[in-house]
Design a protein around this ligand. Structure first.
Ligand SMILES: *Cc1c(COP(=O)(O)O)cnc(C)c1O
Length: 399
């Protein structure tokens, strides 16, 4: 829109494609369009482009190239990990452990498995969104075949103790999958050091294209296919490869993991300034998620006495793109399962806002949000019967 300010604070939902990434992809839409499965020399460029991207993804997470399988995004990688391990190992057991705060790609795949004879334990999290390693150990039975715990939460940004979980899984001889869709590019990942057997990632969360992702499957892991068909991806994931997407994923992960420290330093500085400003200017506000162990770009706050949905609409009118939680559940009136899992009462969970910063974020954006947001919250509170009651009763507040 001409002349209208746009501040994008929803990098956790998706990111733009970096120009270098788009440049790398372009030739594979046009001149190098060959099908890598074809025999003629022309198609070799497509084939080698895939293998180059595979090397890049492997390097970014400390895996070997032949442990990387390209998928149609993060949801597919998550579904493959869960269903593939469940069905390939059901002779060993039917029990899977996950958490209450996973992305719906995991939770809904678990529901499907429950309908098919599997038993799922959903671990609790504490008020910061952290799982308990003791509870995890206690949940393990001799029927447990898989532990699937996200690396970092998409709503509240909490980073789970992945290396410790990996140790437990290894000691008990149980496969460990982690949904690292939010972590890649923000946290350093080494699948060998962290004892991760399967890991999901998606390009559009780190400045690559949408609709392409990968599943790392450690060599030797017993897993069924999810997509049946042709012999692509070493017979494990059928379908003509999305070459431009795969090339974009390779380039994006290379860029995103090459300068994590300096990237994070810049983002954290802005994030902290924004958060401090919000806490200072807006009373009765609570930060959700772990105060330190959290994604660099994530802010999730609850404002008492208001509705997150109305807040988003007013922010949108001021050109600010934000979210109440996960993009996937917006449009529904149920409070976020993540906010309920950290123990927020419904009415407070409803008044929550996620601002996620990223490469596009500038200092002026922080200034702008700090100017606009407090006014909007106040405007909504002035219309809120809850706030009216609170002012008259003057009850004590602990949020
Ligand atoms: C975005 C996201 C997904 C889903 O990835 P898609 O590429 O959109 O299918 C899964 N898990 C987490 C944690 C995410 O943030």
């Amino acid at each position: 829109m001409e002349g209208k300010r746009l501040v994008y604070m929803d990098h956790a939902a998706t990111t733009y494609v970096k120009p270098e990434v788009l440049d790398a992809m372009m030739p594979y839409f046009t001149e190098n369009f060959g099908n890598p499965s074809s025999i003629y020399t022309f198609s070799r460029k497509s084939k080698s482009a895939i293998e180059e991207a595979r090397e890049k993804v492997a390097k970014a997470i400390g895996a070997k190239a032949d442990e990387i399988y390209f998928t149609g995004g993060g949801s597919e990688a998550d579904n493959w990990a869960l269903k593939g391990i469940a069905f390939a190992n059901k002779d060993k057991g039917n029990h899977i452990i996950t958490t209450k705060i996973e992305h719906h790609a995991i939770l809904h795949a678990c529901e499907f498995l429950e309908k098919n004879g599997f038993e799922i334990t959903y671990l609790n999290v504490d008020e910061n969104g952290m799982i308990s390693l003791d509870e995890l150990e206690r949940a393990i039975t001799d029927k447990t075949i898989l532990i699937s715990i996200m690396f970092a939460n998409n709503e509240i940004g909490t980073i789970e103790p992945i290396k410790e979980i990996g140790e437990i899984a290894k000691k008990r001889n149980i496969y460990f999958h982690t949904d690292a869709v939010q972590a890649v590019g923000n946290v350093k990942i080494d699948v060998k050091d962290m004892n991760i057997d399967l890991l999901s990632l998606a390009a559009h969360k780190f400045y690559g294209p949408k609709g392409v992702g990968a599943l790392y499957i450690k060599k030797g892991v017993k897993i069924e296919n999810l997509i049946h068909g042709g012999g692509q991806e070493r017979k494990r994931r059928a379908g003509t490869e999305n070459i431009p997407g795969i090339v974009g994923l390779g380039k994006a992960i290379e860029l995103a993991t090459s300068d994590i420290d300096s990237h994070n330093e810049r983002i954290i500085k802005m994030r902290d300034r924004l958060l401090e400003g919000i806490m200072e200017k807006i009373p009765h506000t609570k930060l959700n998620g772990h105060p330190e162990k959290r994604l660099p770009g994530n802010i999730n706050v609850s404002f008492r006495f208001i509705e997150g949905e109305s807040l988003l609409l007013l922010l949108d009118q001021s050109g600010i793109c934000a979210s109440t939680g996960s993009a996937c559940s917006s449009g529904s009136l149920d409070p976020s399962h993540v906010l309920l899992a950290i123990g927020l009462p419904h009415e407070i969970a409803h008044g929550s806002l996620r601002l996620s910063l990223g490469d596009a974020t500038k200092e002026e954006d922080i200034d702008y949000v700090l100017e606009v947001l407090p006014k909007i919250v106040q405007r909504l509170r002035d219309m809120s019967p809850l706030y009216e009651t609170f002012k008259h009763k003057g009850e004590t507040i602990n949020v």
